[in-house]
Design a protein around this ligand. Structure first.
Ligand SMILES: NC(=O)c1ccc[n+]([C@@H]2O[C@H](COP(=O)([O-])OP(=O)(O)OC[C@H]3O[C@@H](n4cnc5c(N)ncnc54)[C@H](OP(=O)(O)O)[C@@H]3O)[C@@H](O)[C@H]2O)c1
Length: 339
């Protein structure tokens, strides 16, 4: 029987500024057979994440760039079609890193088997995957919120931000979100239970944030940078903590962006700590136990924004960099058999 065709999205050119659809190309290739110790899977869901903007640029970062002509990297959930690894069988659902393609071959040691009875398998890319874990370790290990403190998080309706505010509430803190539309703010307060949410695209952000944080800000979970960070800095309390998670407003910048004054950090003895979730894998067991339980109990809510078809990945990814996604952005690449 001929091997199935693999559809792949490869990097055609390095984007300058905001990526364009023409920076990506859909190609077809013949699928390799798995060797001993490997599995072949068909992709059910592809996760689209802001860090991918860094990977398709040539700039130095904490991870290697995707080369021109290579498949774009990305986390996936897939169904095993063939296994040459003793721990996996045909029909297993696994979380791996096949990237932007319809099928992937991977070493068995690089994928994690999922149990569809525990939670929908797509959550392994969102609230119970890398973004949820980022929220968990960034907030609890670096932000360390105490009861009664005010925690502010930007990109609050997104995959990371939505979990940050809800976990902050569970720890007895006041949670204030910052998001890019009224709909997103309504969701953050009405559905997720944050105490307040400020739309940074309308009105006077510093004044609105001051009104939402009458006791100042003890923890700022930073996802965006730029004007939002500038407004937050004026409200920091003494001994504030800033888990520096992401700076999405700068990911498409073509020249250096003017930064906020660092004086408030000095005056308030604030701690700013950059972190990369992959350095915190020792916390995976705690994360899955706590967040898995909270999800099953309905205390940690999440929202998915799913587009259908691998060919839609470039457009959806560009939308993510413009705030068009509402919730964890996923591409449905194949039919999910567990649904
Ligand atoms: N350090 C780590 O290990 C790590 C791991 C995962 C994620 N992150 C970072 O966490 C942040 C959130 O990631 P996510 O996966 O949860 O994405 P997300 O929030 O689901 O989606 C990205 C959101 O960012 C906001 N945004 C986009 N462009 C913006 C701009 N120019 N200015 C301000 N906001 C903008 C948009 O929301 P609005 O409409 O509300 O603006 C957009 O919906 C990103 O900065 C990402 O790089 C870091």
């Amino acid at each position: 029987m001929p091997r199935p065709v693999n559809r792949q999205i490869v990097l055609r050119s390095r984007p300058v500024g905001m990526p364009k659809p023409g920076d990506f190309e859909l190609v077809e290739s013949r699928l390799p057979a798995p060797k001993d110790g490997e599995i072949l899977s068909r992709t059910l869901y592809l996760s689209l994440d802001p860090y991918m903007r860094g990977r398709i640029s040539g700039a130095r970062s904490y991870a290697q760039s995707v080369e021109i002509g290579q498949v774009i990297v990305g986390a996936t959930v897939g169904e095993v079609l063939e296994s040459k690894h003793p721990d996996f069988a045909k029909g297993d659902i696994v979380q791996g890193y096949s990237g932007w393609q319809s099928h992937g071959v991977a070493a068995g040691g690089t994928v994690r088997k999922l149990d569809p009875r525990q939670a929908p398998v797509s959550t392994a890319l969102g609230v119970l995957g890398m973004p949820g874990m980022t929220a968990y370790v960034g907030l609890l290990d670096i932000g360390r919120p105490k009861p009664g403190e005010t925690v502010v998080v930007s990109a609050a309706s997104g995959a990371v931000g939505s979990a940050v505010g809800q976990i902050a509430k569970m720890k007895g803190a006041r949670a204030v979100g910052i998001a890019g539309s009224q709909d997103k703010c309504d969701y953050v307060v009405g559905e997720l239970g944050f105490d307040a949410c400020v739309n940074y695209k309308t009105g006077d952000l510093p004044a609105a944030l001051r009104a939402a944080c009458p006791s100042g800000i003890d923890v700022y979970f930073e996802n965006v940078g730029g004007d939002v960070l500038r407004a937050v800095m004026t409200l920091l309390n003494q001994n504030a903590r800033i888990p520096l998670c992401g700076l999405i407003s700068e990911y498409n910048a073509t020249e250096s962006t003017p930064g906020p004054s660092l004086l408030p950090l000095l005056f308030n003895r604030a701690l700013v700590q950059g972190f990369i979730v992959s350095d915190h894998m020792s916390r995976m067991g705690d994360f899955l136990k706590d967040c898995g339980g909270w999800v099953r109990e309905g205390r940690l809510k999440h929202r998915e924004d799913i587009v259908t078809g691998l060919e839609k990945a470039p457009e959806a990814f560009i939308g993510l960099l413009q705030g068009k996604n509402f919730g964890k952005l996923l591409v449905r690449v194949g039919q999910d058999p567990s649904k």
